[in-house]
Design a protein around this ligand. Structure first.
Ligand code: HPA
Length: 277
């Protein structure tokens, strides 16, 4: 298991690679959504492989590097590609970048992902602000000796996602004529898609969308007290809702199609963000 000193060593290595640049917001980009990086002014790229203890990203549509630069007037650190449990990484590996960001002084997190719509009022291309999550049978990144420097042994999870951030993002999207859903994200480890029976069960449990990411990072981020905005792009309807099989290509394509739109909202959200709050 990773120790506090391992995180500190990695945070130092990333700081060194960024030189004078001090990011204040971490943004994690989901499948096909990596194009936000094109909007960064004078970006500095740091491959995950350059950071000690950091695992690399093997998922399609995930470049596997940090990009640091200015966006919407804020100094941001982007992750082009995240680490998933289905790649064989441990939950603490998926949460690792959050903790090094925290040690670099970052207190704010924006996470995006591709998700399957469970709520039949949703359609592919819709955006859903994550209001809460369900993770029942998957291991947690906080399992193991607690690292007290990050947070308490039994952290509260009654409000993982920041209400103020949700309202601000909604206002911005609505000003562009887009209605944004608010819903519950059901975390599955993957890599296989769900069965129709599993999706029916998730609906009964109160889930609106399903995906294979985001939750390990958000657990670690809440543990260390970060403010979080979570955005799901509904790339497909979940298994069994439509009479067709699911495919990874469809998810990447839908992600790419929405990338520009989502990038605009995130940029405007950053412009409006009060970094002192
Ligand atoms: N299920 C799980 N993960 C996903 C899906 C899905 O339907 N779509 C995009 N990511």
């Amino acid at each position: 298991m990773l120790k506090y000193d391992d995180y500190a060593e990695s945070a130092k290595a990333l700081c060194r690679a960024l030189g004078e640049f001090c990011p204040e917001v971490l943004i994690i980009l989901g499948s096909g959504l990596g194009r936000l990086g094109e909007r960064l002014k004078d970006p500095i790229a740091v491959p995950y492989g350059d950071i000690p203890h950091m695992k690399h990203s093997t998922a399609p549509g995930h470049a596997g590097r940090f990009l640091a630069g200015e966006l919407g007037g804020k100094s941001v650190l982007l992750m082009q590609g995240r680490l998933h449990l289905y790649e064989g990484w441990a939950p603490e590996d998926a949460a690792f970048p959050i903790r090094i960001a925290k040690l670099m002084g970052i207190e704010k997190l924006i996470v995006t992902n591709a998700a399957g719509g469970i709520n039949t009022g949703y359609k592919p291309g819709d955006l859903m602000l994550i209001s809460d999550f369900i993770k029942l049978n998957a291991p947690d990144p906080l399992i193991g000796p607690n690292i007290d420097e990050f947070g308490p042994r039994f952290p509260d999870m009654s409000r993982v996602f920041d209400r103020r951030y949700m309202l601000d993002f909604k206002r911005i999207a609505e000003a562009h004529g887009e209605k944004v859903h608010e819903g519950v994200y059901y975390y599955c480890m993957g890599p296989r898609y769900e069965t129709p029976a599993e999706i029916r069960l998730m609906r009964v449990l109160g889930a609106d969308a399903v995906g294979m990411s985001t939750v390990p990072e958000c657990v670690a981020a809440r543990h260390c007290g970060m403010r979080i905005l979570g955005i799901s792009l509904i790339t497909n309807m979940a298994a069994g809702i439509l009479d067709k099989p699911l495919s990874g290509e469809e998810v990447i394509e839908a992600g790419s199609a929405a990338s520009e739109r989502l990038s605009t909202y995130v940029t405007e959200f950053l412009e409006a963000m009060d970094t002192d709050a």
